[in-house]
Ligand binder design. Structure first.
Ligand code: NAD
Length: 453
């Protein structure tokens, strides 16, 4: 029997709406409709696929404000963030709408004939989305998957289904044929697991926790199902003494407290060269205290609440076990509020230094020299992103190459730009999203040799 999930506004802890969760039968039916829609979508002319994706982009653009409003209410995101996120869906659709007409193969010189390669779509792609960035993470999967000729079933997180449901409706409004892009709200243990076990789903694109990602990869092995996994992180922000310390300190809070720290790319470990440590910490304190933690419906809010009471309890547990150096402020309840918090760490074995908190908490530690900084940065099972602040170009290059992470930035904190590849080293994931090659991750290469005879 279909169950429902009550979506809660994290800023007020009030119920927003009940959403029906698909059961196994409904999940199977959606997957089967996507499988039926696949041959016609695969065979749709490239220019027509491109046109439909551009129409989808235009309809999203017309609804940016509704999508913002939904995300502010459902996820507690600030207006600024929600506007960027809806705009990112539009821009990602625009970027990949060019892909159907440019899905180029090779013509390879061989003896006795000609040889050509094709990037063939896989079939139905299952996309499983977490609650922290419901709109962009959905689009990073569905836009290139659709552009490459696949049909898509997408499961939003239980906590944050509203914008994904709306995007599913907008796709139909834009004229995408029925079954090409289907959003199925459901539980991870039911709908998500079924994406892994249903033989018609040929690839699972998962973003979420490392624990669930490992389980999905193990389950996918049974059918040799393709996976892309975007998982957790514990990224380092490395500040050398020769850096512009004022810039490094001013930008450090947003690099970890954006989205209340519920960001897999959060620079949640700050490493500072010992000779600059005291000055950096003294510059960091006012920057942290200046972060405006306000109800996200207030347009000047820079940080909203945590997503749920459960996430609040988890973050509090980490902070209670550590020693707080200083913290910003946050509204008193109701809602799942937590202030931006700084911990001074001296032990690389400490839990707060090793585990992903997924909340507005950062740990700061001094280092002695370049080699020590790299050793500390890499002393983690994760490898998603990171930043390096220095004025020395050679050092910036050496350290960028030495840090084991997929998305690094020098003298800035950018991680995700849709033009460039994004994904993790080590236990932060497998595969890459975004960038020019993303559609290839939703295809298999076919090689055809045609004899001269
Ligand atoms: P989660 O792993 O609990 O859930 C993610 C999604 O997986 C949800 O839609 C959930 O319903 C589904 N799911 C849960 N159990 C499942 C199962 N057994 N089979 C299939 N699907 C299942 O993670 P979360 O708590 O929603 O998100 C937070 C985590 O996501 C953090 O660890 C964070 O680092 C990570 N994350 C990573 C990235 C990245 O790009 N690397 C981006 C965002 C979040």
């Amino acid at each position: 029997m279909t169950s429902t999930y009550t979506v809660v506004n994290p800023a007020t802890a009030e119920a927003v709406v009940d959403v029906a969760m698909a059961d196994l039968v409904e999940t199977d039916a959606a997957i089967e409709r996507a499988a039926e829609a696949f041959p016609a979508w695969r065979d749709t002319a490239p220019g027509e696929k491109a046109r439909l994706l551009r129409r989808f982009e235009a309809v999203v653009d017309d609804h940016v404000e509704d999508l913002d409003e939904l995300e502010v209410r459902n996820s507690g995101h600030t207006w600024g963030n929600a506007t960027w996120e809806a705009g990112n869906v539009r821009d990602v659709l625009n970027y990949y709408s060019a892909a159907p007409e440019r899905l180029l193969g090779h013509q390879i010189p061989v003896a006795g004939g000609i040889d050509v390669t094709f990037h063939e779509p896989l079939g139905v792609v299952g996309i499983i989305v977490p609650w922290n960035f419901p709109m962009p993470i959905a689009a990073w999967g569905f836009a290139p998957a659709l552009a490459a000729g696949n049909t898509v079933v997408l499961k939003p997180a239980e906590l944050t289904p509203l914008t994904a449901i709306r995007l599913g409706e907008l796709a139909i409004e834009a004229g995408l044929p029925e079954g090409v892009f289907t959003v199925i709200p459901g539980k991870g243990s039911v709908t998500g697991e079924r994406f892994v076990t249903h033989p018609a789903v040929r690839k699972v694109c998962f973003t979420g926790s490392t624990a669930v990602g490992k389980r999905i990869m193990a389950g996918a092995a049974d059918q040799l199902k393709r996976v892309t996994l975007e998982l957790g992180g514990k990224s380092a922000n490395i500040v050398f003494a020769d850096a512009d310390l004022a810039k490094a300190a001013a930008s450090a809070p947003a690099a970890v407290f954006d989205n209340a720290g519920q960001d897999c790319c959060a620079r949640s470990r700050i490493l500072v060269e010992r000779s600059a440590y005291d000055e950096f910490v003294s510059l960091l304190e006012p920057a942290v205290k200046a972060v405006k933690v306000l109800d996200p419906s207030d347009r000047s809010s820079e940080m909203g609440p945590l997503i749920s009471a459960g996430q609040h309890a988890t973050v509090k547990g980490y902070v209670d076990a550590a020693e707080i150096a200083f913290a910003g402020s946050a509204p008193d309840g109701p809602g799942f509020w937590f202030p931006p918090t700084v911990v001074l760490a001296d032990d690389p074995a400490a839990t707060i230094w090793r585990e992903e908190v997924f909340g507005p908490v950062v740990a700061v530690m001094p280092f002695d020299d370049e080699a020590h900084a790299v050793r500390l940065a890499n002393d983690t099972e994760f490898g998603l992103s990171g930043s390096i602040f220095t004025r020395d170009v050679g050092r910036a290059l050496r350290v960028s190459r030495a840090v084991e992470a997929g998305a690094l930035s020098v003298n800035s904190h950018s991680s995700v730009r849709y033009w460039t590849p994004f994904g993790g080293f080590k236990q932060s994931g497998i595969g890459r999203e975004l960038g020019p090659d993303a559609p290839h991750a939703f295809t298999d290469v076919k090689n055809i040799f045609i004899s001269n005879d």
